[in-house]
Design a protein around this ligand. Sequence first.
Ligand code: ES4
Ligand code: ZN
Length: 326
Amino acid sequence: QRLPELLKTMPKAELHIHIEGSLEPELIFALAKRNGVALAYADVEALRRAYAFTDLQSFLDIYYAGASVLLKEEDFYDMASAYFVKAAEDNVVHAELFFDPQTHTARGVAMQTVIDGLHRACVDAQKIHGISASLILCFLRHLSEEDALVCLEQALPFRDKLVGIGLDSGELGNPPEKFERVFARCAQLGLRLVAHAGEEGPPAYIWAALDVLKVERIDHGVQAIKDPALMQRLAEQRTALTVCPLSNLKLCVFPDLASHNLRELLDTGLMATINSDDPAYFGGYMNDNFVQTFAATGMHAGHAYSLARNSFEASFIDDAAKLKFV
Ligand code: ES4
Ligand code: ZN
């Protein structure tokens, strides 16, 4: 079988997708019109032209502007439903969706509106596409821990609709230690814990995500390569890294895909996975990430099987159901 066919057809889990980052420009304009929201861009083409990022922050500014069109339960449902169509085409059979409620509650949108819309789309994804899906609420790390605690309080009535908690947004200057107390509370609530670390930030942020926040998975984590002791720890504990190659390329974490370290991480025995991060902004969904990264780094079928197996093993599917996949 040709390698691209294997990459596209093999069943896989997506563990690192910001659902607000799946909003395509066409849907942004359609929702803006539906909701009477003014945008700073004349049309879809003008918005797309602005997708020329130099680093994480230059992306986040446009990503939060795009999310401003989301107001009603239907908007969140439509956004996630459009993602599941793409995921099904790429043979994603399980997805764990990040969402950023603080981006929405700050604009007066109720937590219930956000979670109801996303959860309904997850339930329908199973019925329509046979995709199992769950939700991971992310705290925005550029805001305070007090803000995160308020957000958690607002989400408590919907605890049963969440599988876990994450930490995203601007990494540099916002180390994991800032969120030690709120993550401890989430652990007490039985929520699974993940955090972005080592995307732009140093290995010290990955150590702190593990030792202070006590997360089970590291989102990105590619900067671990700079710290041999950390590499050994991640390999021994089989801590998953949810790597996002096209994201790293578009945000200039690596100069080109051939320079990406995913292959080295895998060959060193780390439990890496491939994910799309913000596919509408970074030029591709799951299969684009797989096909382009394999072409650029010369990985082979063995790597493909490892990545697929890792994606299920590192997922928060319950262990009985996991046996179906691994
Ligand atoms: C994100 Cl690529 C990335 N990094 C950190 N936070 C984010 N939120 C959405 N995409
Ligand atoms: Zn991310």
